[in-house]
Design a protein around this ligand. Structure first.
Ligand code: MN
Length: 260
């Protein structure tokens, strides 16, 4: 029986240590193909390159760099490089830094897994907490075991797994919901040598709320957090409110079709 194909990508770039560790960890599970940005694209979100040509460079055995975003890499990998036999799994990471709570909306690491899930491939984002003396060992071991397990499971449609690994001794694995964390609501203004202002958005220090059941508290308590993330962003609890507003705004005064 042929070994399953696994696509590995990230947003820290093809030369990051995290992606090498992830590829090595998953080589125990299947045939790994690495397709990643040629430079760091952290916080690129789900961006897709539409106005410039993409170039792919083979830089090693089943290793390719692309001058685009993580989402570009997933598309090129699945729809071009592996088009004759799609990958059975997609892993993104291991990101240098956590992607907890609200981070998922900015994260290139998570967005690559979003794209995999949209393409119908079981997809996982793996991120590592950075602290003095941290290693990728626990994250790599977990990726091997999770990858092996996922080959025999079916994830719900349009659902990816967001995995965060604490630095130091890991106490366990917890299924957790996304928490809330922000990076200080500030814009820092400085002046360049020509006297013109320039800006940095926000601070680098996340402010998280330690709510029970969240990924933030799981990692704070030294557990690996696993969060199933669904791509249907509809706020179902707000639909009734909106139906009222929309019918009042209807130009012909017609009632809006209620939801069934
Ligand atoms: Mn990154």
């Amino acid at each position: 029986m042929s070994r399953p194909r696994i696509l590995v990508t990230n947003d820290d770039g093809i030369f990051s240590e995290g992606i090498e560790r992830l590829a090595a960890a998953l080589a125990e599970v299947g045939d790994v193909y690495t397709v990643a940005p040629d430079q760091e694209r952290s916080a690129a979100g789900h961006a897709l390159t539409l106005d410039t040509p993409l170039r792919a460079k083979e830089i090693g055995d089943r290793r390719w760099s692309v001058n685009g975003t993580p989402t570009d890499c997933v598309n090129w990998g699945v729809l071009h490089l592996l088009r004759d036999e799609r990958p059975k799994l997609l892993f993104s990471g291991i990101n240098l830094g956590l992607n907890l709570g609200d981070d998922v909306t900015y994260s290139g690491t998570v967005s690559a897994a979003f794209e995999g899930a949209l393409l119908g491939i079981p997809s996982v984002a793996v991120s590592q907490e950075i602290e003095r003396g941290f290693t990728f060992d626990a994250a790599a071991q977990f990726a091997t075991r999770l990858g092996r397990r996922l080959l025999g499971e079916t994830l719900p449609a349009k659902t990816l797994l967001n995995v965060n690994v604490p630095a130091g001794q890991v106490r366990g694995v917890r299924v957790a919901r996304l928490g809330t964390r922000r990076y200080g609501e500030t814009v820092i203004e400085k002046t360049d040598p020509r006297g013109r202002p320039y800006y940095w958005i926000g601070s680098t220090i996340p402010v998280g709320e330690l709510e029970e059941g969240t990924d933030i508290i799981a990692v704070a308590e030294k557990s690996i957090s696993v969060t199933p993330v669904h791509l249907d962003l509809t706020a179902y609890h707000a639909m009734e409110l909106l139906e009222g507003i929309a019918s009042a705004l209807s130009p012909l005064g017609e009632p809006v079709t209620p939801r069934s």
